[in-house]
Ligand binder design. Structure first.
Ligand code: ZN
Length: 465
C-alpha cells in the first residue's frame, strides 16, 4: 500500500507509459465521535479515486493522439524500429528525446537540489509528468537539447507523502503512512497516557467485558476525534511535508483538532454519619447526652467523565455503593422542667478550696457562715436548686447572691468578683453563680457562705461535705 518509488512500466501496444508515482489506494479514516460521523464520505476515498480517473482520461487522450501519428501508420519491421521518448507535463507536450537516460539524469540532478525538511523523504517526479515511448523508423529527434531545457523548467520534483485530512480537507502532509499513524497516535497521547491508550486499544480488540473498576482507578472508555480524520497517499511539494511532532502541534494548536476522551472513575469517599436528636424526659431542659456515638462510613462513587482536549466538560455519578455503613449518632435532649425546689441536701458551693473560717465567734464578732479560700478554680456554684432571691452589691458582703430554695432554706454567697445570675432566675445545684472574689469587707479572695432555715442561720458544716 506504500507509495511505490519505482517507476512502473505499462505496455499498451507500441506505447509504453511511464509514471513516477503509483497512486496507491491507501486510505484510512480514524474513529470519530457521533457528531463527526455525519461528515463521513459515502465513497470513502474521493481523492485517490478522482486522481485515478484523471490519469485515465489523460491516458486515453494520449492514445487517441498517437493513432493519428504518422509513425504508427507505417507498416513496421521490428528490427528497423528505434525508440524515442515523448515527454508530457500535465498533458502538455514538452518534446521528445532519443535517450531516456538524459531524462533520468535531469531528474536525479533536480532531486539533489531539493532541500528536504524531513529525513528520508521519498522524492520523485511529479505524477503529472509522463513519458510515452514510441517505436519509430527514424530516431532523429529535433531540438533535443531545447526539450531538456524545457523539461528542466517544467518538471516538478515532489515527495511521496501521506496526507492527513481534517473533515476531508488536507491539513498536513506526512512522510508516509507510518508517520501518519504515529501522528494520529501522538494526537491521542497528548491527552491520555501510553498505559491508558494501550489498555483502551486492548479493550477495543477484546470481546470480554472489562473487570469491575477498583476504588482509586480510572480508565478510558472512549477515545475519538471530534472531527473526521482521514489519510491517503498523495504527492506533495517537499517543503510541505511535516515531521510528526510539528504536525501534531499544528493539528492541535492551529487546525483545532479535538480529542474526545470518555473515562470511568471510581473513588472512595467518607460517608458522613447523621445525627438524630431524641427527647428524653429524664434530662432537664438544656441538658443533652450522647446515647449512640456516631461513626462515619465509606462509600464508593463511580463517575462517567467526558473530556475535550484534556478539559473535563461533563461528570456524572453513575453508581454509589456503600462499603461501610455509617452509624447514626443519637443525642438525647432533656425535656424535664428545671426544679426550683431544693432537695434539702447541699453541695460544696465552690470549685475546690478549703474552709478558712468556720461559723461562730471570731475576733469578738459573730461569724454567720463559713469562709472557703484557696480555690482550684474560681467558680461559685449553687448548693441546691432554687430561685435567685437577690443578686448584687450588698455592703460588707460585697457582690452577693441569695438563693431561696423554696423549702424553707436559703443560702448566701458573698464577696464575689462577678455575678452571672439575676434575681428571679431558676438555678440548679451546681449552677455557676459567678466568680470568687474579695469585694466588700474582705481580707483576701474567698467565698463567704451561709445557710439558713426559716430565717435562722445554720452551721453549713452540718449540711455540706
Ligand atoms: Zn465570712
Amino acid at each position: 500500500m506504500q507509495a511505490d518509488s519505482k517507476w512502473e512500466r505499462v505496455r499498451v501496444g507500441k506505447v509504453i507509459r511511464k509514471r513516477g508515482f503509483k497512486s496507491g489506494a491507501a486510505a484510512i479514516t480514524e474513529g470519530v465521535t457521533k457528531e463527526a460521523m455525519n461528515y463521513f464520505d459515502k465513497t470513502g476515498m474521493p481523492f485517490s479515486s478522482s486522481l485515478i480517473l484523471k490519469a485515465a482520461i489523460v491516458f486515453v487522450l494520449l492514445l487517441a493522439s498517437f493513432t493519428v501519428h504518422p509513425a504508427s501508420a507505417k507498416p513496421t519491421n521490428e528490427d528497423e524500429l528505434k525508440t524515442i521518448f515523448h515527454l508530457y507535463n500535465s498533458g502538455d507536450y514538452i518534446g521528445a528525446v532519443s535517450h531516456e537516460e538524459s531524462v533520468d539524469l535531469l531528474i536525479e540532478e533536480k532531486i539533489e537540489k531539493v532541500d528536504v525538511p524531513v529525513e528520508n523523504l521519498n522524492l520523485q517526479p511529479s505524477e503529472d509528468f509522463n513519458i510515452i515511448e514510441e517505436r519509430v523508423f527514424e530516431s532523429a529527434v529535433p531540438n533535443e537539447q531545447e526539450t531538456i531545457v524545457q523539461l528542466n523548467q517544467h518538471l516538478a520534483i515532489k515527495a511521496a507523502s501521506f496526507a492527513l485530512a481534517v473533515n476531508d480537507e488536507i491539513a498536513v502532509y506526512l512522510k508516509d503512512q507510518k508517520a501518519y499513524d504515529e501522528t494520529v497516535r501522538q494526537l491521542k497521547l497528548a491527552f491520555v497516557s501510553p498505559e491508558e491508550l494501550e489498555a483502551w486499544e486492548a479493550a477495543q480488540d477484546s470481546t470480554e467485558t472489562l473487570p469491575e473498576l477498583k476504588a482509586g482507578e480510572t480508565r478510558v472508555t472512549g477515545l475519538a476525534f471530534g472531527e473526521k480524520i482521514s489519510g491517503y497517499s498523495l504527492q506533495a511539494a517537499p517543503e510541505q511535508v511535516m515531521a510528526v511532532e510539528q504536525a501534531v502541534e499544528f493539528l492541535l494548536n492551529e487546525r483545532g483538532v479535538n480529542v474526545h476522551v470518555s473515562k470511568e472513575q471510581k473513588i472512595e469517599e467518607v460517608y458522613k454519619h447523621d445525627t438524630a436528636e431524641k427527647e428524653d424526659g429524664n434530662l432537664y431542659i438544656g441538658e443533652s447526652k450522647v446515647k449512640v456515638e456516631g461513626k462515619d462510613g465509606k462509600k464508593e462513587l463511580t463517575f462517567a467523565i467526558r473530556e475535550e482536549n484534556g478539559q473535563e466538560v461533563e461528570r456524572q455519578e453513575t453508581a454509589m455503593e456503600i462499603t461501610e455503613k455509617p452509624v447514626g449518632e443519637v443525642v438525647l435532649k432533656g425535656t424535664k422542667e428545671l426544679p426550683s425546689v431544693g432537695t434539702g441536701k447541699f453541695e460544696w458551693p465552690a470549685e475546690g478550696g478549703y474552709i478558712s473560717s468556720k461559723r461562730g465567734k471570731r475576733w469578738g464578732r459573730w461569724h454567720n457562715g463559713i469562709d472557703i479560700a484557696r480555690p482550684e478554680g474560681f467558680a461559685i456554684k449553687a448548693a441546691d436548686h432554687g430561685i435567685v432571691k437577690a443578686a448584687g452589691p450588698a455592703g460588707t458582703l460585697g457582690n452577693r447572691v441569695i438563693i431561696d430554695h423554696q423549702n424553707g432554706y436559703e443560702t448566701i454567697y458573698g464577696h464575689l468578683k462577678s455575678i452571672d445570675v439575676k434575681k428571679g432566675q431558676k438555678v440548679q445545684a451546681g449552677t455557676k453563680l459567678g466568680k470568687m472574689g474579695s469585694t466588700g469587707r474582705s481580707t483576701g479572695v474567698h467565698l463567704h457562705f451561709e445557710i439558713s432555715l426559716d430565717g435562722k442561720t445554720k452551721n453549713p458544716l452540718r449540711y455540706i461535705k
